[in-house]
Each structure stands twice: as C-alpha cells, then as structure tokens.
Design a protein around this ligand. Structure first.
Ligand SMILES: [Zn+2]
Length: 278
C-alpha cells in the first residue's frame, strides 16, 4: 500500500484509490494531484490501496478488499491483511474512496449509515446522484463512520480518471485541505432496497438505464430471452448485463434531494436553529 502525505501534521482527511485493482482511475487521480505539488492548508493522506491487484489489473488477488473490512492482520489472505492496514491509516480520517464501474458513465457517490460528516462531504462532490448502500454495506468501506465512496465512471476510461480527479479536488476543497469553493449540486438520493442476483448458468441482459425509474409491471431485464418484470416500481443502480458474475445490480428507491433528508442528529439542531436557511 502506498501512503503519500501532503502538508504538515497528522492528516484527518484521506483519499483512497485502487481498492479494486482493475479500477485504475483513483490511483491516476492521486498521481495527477501529487504531480501538481499542491499547496495545502491542512494535511491529507493519499492512499493507493491494492498495489498488487493494480499491477496485475485484477479486482483483487485473494479476496475482495471492499468486502472484508475491517480485515485481519494475521490472515493468510493478502486483502484481509491489507484491510487491517487500511483501517489503521484511515481510522481518524474523513475519507473518500474512488471506484469505477462498467454499468454507468457519470460519477455518483455511495454512502451507508449517513451522518452529518458524510452528508456534508458528498453534498460538495460534482455528482448528480448519491446512493445509500446501508442494506448491503457489510465489509465495505462505506460502512465506516467517516468514509464515503464515488463511482467515477466507466472502468479503465480516461473520463473516469478525469472525473476521479475532479471529485478528489472537490473533496479536498470541502474538507478545507485546498482553498476554493467546492460545488454544491444538491444531488438526488437513492436508497438501495435489495440486490438482484443472477441464477448461475443463465444469460442476463439489462434493458433499462441506471437511475431511471422502472414502473411496476415493466420488464427491466431478460433471462435466457424471457422478460424479468418489476413487481414494484424501482430505480436500478449499478445494473449491467455482464458487470458481475452473480449480481445483476441493485434495486433502489428515489428519496428526493440530498438536502431534504433527515440525518441523525439533525432534529435537535433544526429545532434550536428554527427554520433559517444557511
Ligand atoms: Zn470498486
């Protein structure tokens, strides 16, 4: 694992790339950022997590790093040990993990167990969607109390590396590491309700568009040529025909704009503040 520090002192902000080795955009964004020799107001850590998998161009070597947090320093599996190391590096940090996907070209943010820190971080990223993965967060970085992720775009593309860089800079502005105002796009918020698994040995084709509503009764995929129909209305997230061996993707519910969501701890505050807008 590569850990680069910019600025003086103990960092409380981190950016993590290459959690998955076949998603090089985060490592590229970090390299590009370091090459600018940035002048920072606060220290930050830039971490290239899974170097072995990155070198080989594979998602992982022994097991999925983003399914095995907090890991185990004594494990015989490389990623289990790496997960424990990563936990130590990010434990006191607000962190941004950078991923990419085959299912969607534009950047979006992923969270779980949303709290104020996480909401403030994702509210200032150049994304138009934030997805809550709480129901399937086990072992993933987004489960941690100070960790948010982005999907930066299509895996391996130059656009994903550019989007990753833009999100990195926005995140470092939002956390006062870099001077300048981050964007405040007020993205749409989607809550994942359940995964849609594939049955082994069958051919799937996703018919819809991610984040576009599938009404009840409409087909959204085919299985060996037969329609797979929505029982209830949902919005697909990370759905793709071939992105994953056992998973077609996730069903989600659109909950409105991020700024309209109640977040734990907000009630007492908004009562004390009255209805004023800041
Ligand atoms: Zn990933």
């Amino acid at each position: 694992m590569q850990v680069h520090t910019v600025g003086d002192g103990t960092p409380e902000v981190a950016v993590v790339g290459a959690v998955h080795g076949d998603e090089p955009c985060g490592a590229r964004a970090i390299q590009r950022f370091l090459e600018t020799e940035p002048d920072v107001d606060r220290p930050a850590k830039l971490i290239v997590a899974n170097e072995r998998a990155l070198e080989r161009g594979v998602r992982y070597v022994d097991t999925d790093l983003n399914r095995c947090l907090p890991g185990d320093p004594e494990s015989d599996q490389y990623e289990e040990r790496l997960a424990a190391e990563l936990m130590t590096e990010v434990q006191d940090c607000l962190a941004l993990g950078i991923h990419s996907t085959v299912s969607y070209d534009r950047p979006f943010a992923n969270v779980a167990y949303l709290n104020e820190r996480k909401r403030d971080a994702v509210a200032h990223l150049p994304v138009d969607a934030v997805v809550d993965f709480t129901v399937v967060a086990d072992g993933r970085s987004v489960e941690l109390p100070g960790f948010v992720d982005i999907e930066a775009g299509h895996q391996g593309s130059a656009a994903a590396a550019d989007n990753a860089y833009d999100c990195l800079v926005a995140f470092l502005r939002a956390t006062d590491v870099l001077p300048g105002e981050p964007p405040a796009p007020d993205p749409d918020f989607y809550e994942v309700t359940d995964p849609v698994y594939k049955e082994p040995g069958r051919a799937y084709r996703f018919l819809g568009e991610n984040f576009e509503r599938v009404p009840a009764g409409e087909p959204f995929a085919t299985v060996d040529g037969d329609d797979l129909t929505a029982d209830e209305e949902f919005c697909p997230v990370l759905m793709s025909s071939d992105g994953h061996d056992v998973l077609l993707g996730y069903r989600s519910t659109h909950r409105g704009r991020l700024s309209t969501l109640p977040v734990p701890g907000d009630d007492a505050e908004s009562m004390a503040d009255g209805a004023t807008d800041d």
